[in-house]
Design a binder for this molecule. Structure first.
Ligand code: ADP
Ligand code: MG
Length: 395
């Protein structure tokens, strides 16, 4: 008998064939798959998928579009905007230079002269569009936010023309960043199918564990799958990862285990942080801005440590229950709970000013440090993996 291995069932980094969960968008209550399928049927329209990192954007496309029709490219593939159609042509196996030879031969002697760059571009464009149509291909332009602003604008322009010719394309990007070149592009108004992927609800995350352990023939109690879903912090990737860690820890592939034991959870969470590397990020947040020789006030806390205001903020984000959005009031409450001595606790103004400084530090740093955002009196956790690491990692 072919029993499935845990690694075939729980796939934190790839398409989850056995644990795929179908979700409904909250705005319309319609399955995301259905929306995407419908979007692809509307000719002359561009599909724009926006959603936070690791929420299932790529997996959704892979679910809806047959592998042989799916042409996946990334924003990083396009450095020089001039080459957009060339690069896609090469990707689908159209031999660009070879074809030019052919074109030359068909013409008379005079037309054998060099074809200039823009002529080449147009030629490639038409051929690529034709080729996509003939073969029912869909271009999925993933991580569009990785392309430079100039390139994004150029690509938007190119896609605008192409979709009129029934070229099918999906552009995927993160919220609030690269959506401008597409969604706010005046030329594309009324020609965009927008799909917004939302963070996962706990009940949806639970389905991953329920499906997966069922596939493996292992029972999982409701309250255990619920606990894991809370700890997964809206991230299906984390859910998959924690379940896989549990399987490794209980040696599920032996087939001897019949139920997920409760006491494995904490170890599984810690185990899952091993490959996460947010050490520097935590350090920078805890240190706060350079104190320039001034000593910061230290507070005695109930976690056996003396912490300054930055340490308190980080510690309060870590606390139970894990939240991906923390208001200033909630932070103040958590900080008050942490401090055990009688001295005056930091007031909201101090907390707010410290968070402003943290935000300034983050703004100046690159990608990996952008784990949270302090805006409108709320700390928004942008990267669930970071909060998970903060809760369970060793640093
Ligand atoms: N519909 C889904 N059902 C189950 N797991 C999913 C689903 N969507 C995503 N995942 C899990 O999350 C991981 C990240 O998804 P991915 O599509 O790569 O995110 P994004 O493209 O939004 O960054 C996947 O590898 C998979 O483990
Ligand atoms: Mg992706």
């Amino acid at each position: 008998m072919n029993r499935l291995l845990a690694e075939q069932v729980f796939k934190p980094g790839a398409f989850p064939e056995y644990t795929y969960v179908s979700r409904k968008s909250t705005d319309l209550g319609i399955d995301y798959e259905l929306r995407l399928r419908q979007a692809l049927k509307v000719s002359g329209y561009l599909t724009s998928i926006i959603g936070p990192s690791k929420m299932g954007k790529t997996v959704l496309c892979e679910k809806v579009i047959a592998l042989e029709n799916l042409i996946e490219m990334s924003g990083v593939d396009f450095k020089d905007s001039e080459d957009f159609w060339n690069i896609i042509g090469v990707k689908v196996g159209l031999s660009v230079s070879g074809e030019f030879g052919e074109v030359n031969l068909k013409g008379n002697m005079e037309s054998k002269k060099e074809i200039n760059k823009s002529e080449k571009f147009v030629l490639n464009k038409d051929r690529v569009i034709e080729y996509f149509k003939d073969n029912g291909l869909v271009l999925v332009l993933d991580d569009f936010h990785y392309a430079s602003e100039d390139v994004q604008i150029h690509i938007a322009q190119q896609l605008k023309d192409a979709i009129r010719k029934e070229f099918k394309a999906i552009v995927i990007s993160l919220p609030h960043r690269a959506d401008d070149a597409i969604r706010k592009n005046a030329d594309l108004t009324g020609r965009i199918n927008s799909i917004n992927i939302e963070p996962w609800k706990e009940s949806e995350l639970e389905q991953i564990a329920i499906k997966g352990f069922r596939e493996l023939g292992i029972n999982i109690k409701n309250d255990i799958s619920k606990k894991i879903s809370i700890e997964s912090l809206t991230s299906p990737q984390l859910m998959q990862y924690i379940c896989l860690s549990i399987c490794t820890l209980i040696d599920s592939d032996t087939g001897n285990i019949k139920e997920v034991p409760e006491d494995v959870l904490e170890i599984a969470y810690k185990f899952t942080t091993i490959n996460l590397n947010y050490n520097d990020v935590v350090k920078i947040l805890k240190e706060g801005p350079n104190p320039r020789g001034n000593k910061r006030k230290l507070y005695k806390t109930n976690i056996d440590k003396e912490l300054d205001i930055y340490g308190l903020i980080v510690e309060s984000i870590r606390k139970n229950p894990p939240l991906v959005g923390l208001t200033l009031d909630e932070l103040k409450r958590r900080i008050d709970d942490l401090i055990i001595c009688d001295i005056k606790k930091p007031d909201k103004k101090t907390i707010r000013e410290s968070l402003n400084k943290i935000q300034n530090i983050i703004t100046e740093k690159d990608g990996i440090y952008k784990v949270l955002e302090w805006k409108d009196n709320v700390v928004h956790i942008l990267d669930p993996l970071f909060l998970f690491y903060l809760r369970w990692g060793t640093y």
